[in-house]
Design a protein around this ligand. Structure first.
Ligand SMILES: [Zn+2]
Length: 469
């Protein structure tokens, strides 16, 4: 048994409805992977015999605390001056694409796919994916991201990086219908294997999109998902152009495709959904208990996609929406703080309403909404007893946050990834005083730098897929 106490910290409270608030001077009690209590600091008497010395002191390393737990001691993290927020969730990404950061700029969505990304992905190998995923995990943990929802190739390598780093992940091995049936079967088998790998790893089925996977393969995926209680994570209605192309070519919207193939019935995380039409909303509403959507607005602006996710309509239909970055080959960072800010800004702009997507609604979307998108609504996303101890401690002392009239405003509009000081996942301190405890960052960076050129090499020719929605 290991015990951790985060002492004298301000805690972000995110209710299901209504205003979020920040409670000052709280102690967060953690046992093994769970939050067991959150109590006002003054009333704490639970530190035991060694209590006084620990309260004054510098926190011990997590490994030592694990051993110390046997003696009834605990790891004390001093939260003075910090705000504890639910660990952030990156609800849609392709983590190893950090290896292509900055290598596909100023391009239309067609050219981004066809002239850069899909030709570059000819170069993927298990080792390169693993090196990329390690870099991605490092970037996310240091920024307070404790869970990522991934969709990529060689997902077993991403799982290995996630397990090593201490982050939580839901991984969907990507497949296209252009792959052989054997290739699709292999991706599905990988999903099955991943879900048994580690308590912090969950797995989803990963058909790429409605325009790259046939109805027949989507049906098969949906049947399998239902039979084996797996979720489906895929791209759909990413742009209005895709929805229009689907209507022109098939007479139905991408959401109708998901409906008629049974994907919605099986339960799906839909990436983007910017091309979701009004007429799709009643369909999504029928499956609102098992459908979620991830919004990654920086990407929509950068690729000039014309629309952003219709969050207001989705929420009115009862569909939870989460925040993601998508891959760094277009988002350039895996900074979820940045993504949260972009959601608030683009939603206000979309609705022409500065009073929409308030601080509280934005924070709720980024916590409870993203937890739902990760398929972990009952386990993460809120700081309360019984939940996983996935926590980021944020320091608002830097000039760009001062003075703090409203800490919620700081969290949505001014905080930076580098303001994250300490991070716990499942009760384990994985970042302490802005340093990873689980990986050697220098080595992670050196490995990524030494292999980066191999990913962006276009000399071989070919492509793994062609974008033509
Ligand atoms: Zn994506």
């Amino acid at each position: 048994m290991s015990r951790t106490l985060i002492r004298n910290v301000a805690v972000l409270v995110v209710p299901e409805h209504g205003e979020c608030r920040v409670d000052e001077a709280q102690d967060v009690h953690i046992q093994d992977n769970l939050i067991t209590a959150i109590t006002p600091t003054a009333s704490t008497g639970a530190t035991g015999v060694a209590g006084v010395a620990e309260l004054a002191g510098v926190a011990e390393p997590a490994e030592v605390a694990g051993a110390a737990g046997v003696r009834g001691e605990m790891d004390v993290v001093d939260g003075t001056g910090l705000v504890a927020v639910p660990g952030l969730v990156n609800s849609h990404t392709h983590s190893p694409m950090v290896m292509m950061r900055g290598a596909a700029e100023d391009l239309s969505i067609e050219d981004w796919f066809n002239r850069r990304i899909w030709p570059m992905e000819v170069n993927l190998t298990p080792e390169r994916v693993r090196v990329g995923a390690r870099l991605a995990c490092a970037e996310m943990l240091l920024a307070g991201v404790t869970t990522f929802v991934d969709h990529y190739f060689h997902a077993d390598q991403i799982a290995a990086a996630a397990i090593e780093s201490g982050i939580r992940a839901d991984l969907a091995p990507t497949y296209f219908s252009s792959a052989s049936q054997d290739g699709i079967d292999a991706a599905i088998d990988t999903t099955r294997g991943l879900s048994r790998l580690h308590p912090r790893i969950t797995a989803s089925l990963g058909p790429h999109a409605t325009y790259t996977v046939t109805d027949e393969d989507l049906k098969r995926t949906a049947d399998l998902a239902r039979a084996e209680s797996l979720r489906i994570h895929l791209h759909a209605a990413e742009t209005d152009d895709q929805t229009q192309a689907s209507l022109d070519n098939h007479g139905v919207t991408p959401i109708q495709v998901l409906n008629r193939t049974g994907v919605l019935d099986a339960g799906a995380l839909i990436a983007h959904g910017c091309g979701i039409h009004e007429s799709d909303l009643p369909i999504l509403q029928r499956y609102a208990d098992r459908t979620t959507v991830a919004s990654c607005p920086k990407v929509y602006l950068k690729l000039a996609m014309g629309e952003v996710t219709p969050i207001k309509g989705l929420q009115a239909a009862g569909v939870p929406v989460g925040v993601g970055t998508d891959g760094a080959a277009v988002h350039n960072t895996l900074d979820v703080w940045e993504a949260i800010r972009m959601v608030a800004l683009t939603q206000k702009q979309r609705e022409h309403d500065a009073e929409w997507m308030t601080l509280s609604d934005t924070l709720r979307l980024a916590t409870r909404g993203s937890a739902a998108a990760a398929g972990l609504a009952d386990h993460i996303g809120v700081l309360e007893p019984g939940r996983q101890a996935d926590i980021a401690l944020v320091d608002l002392a830097a000039p760009h946050n001062q003075p703090v009239h409203d800490p919620r405003a700081a969290l949505v509009y001014s905080v930076r990834a580098s303001d994250v000081v300490t991070v716990l996942v499942a009760g384990q301190v994985v970042v302490r005083d802005r340093s990873l405890t689980t990986m050697d960052l220098t080595e992670v960076l050196a490995d990524a730098k030494s292999l980066a050129h191999t990913l962006v090499d276009l000399s071989k020719g070919g492509a793994i897929q062609h974008y033509a929605p």
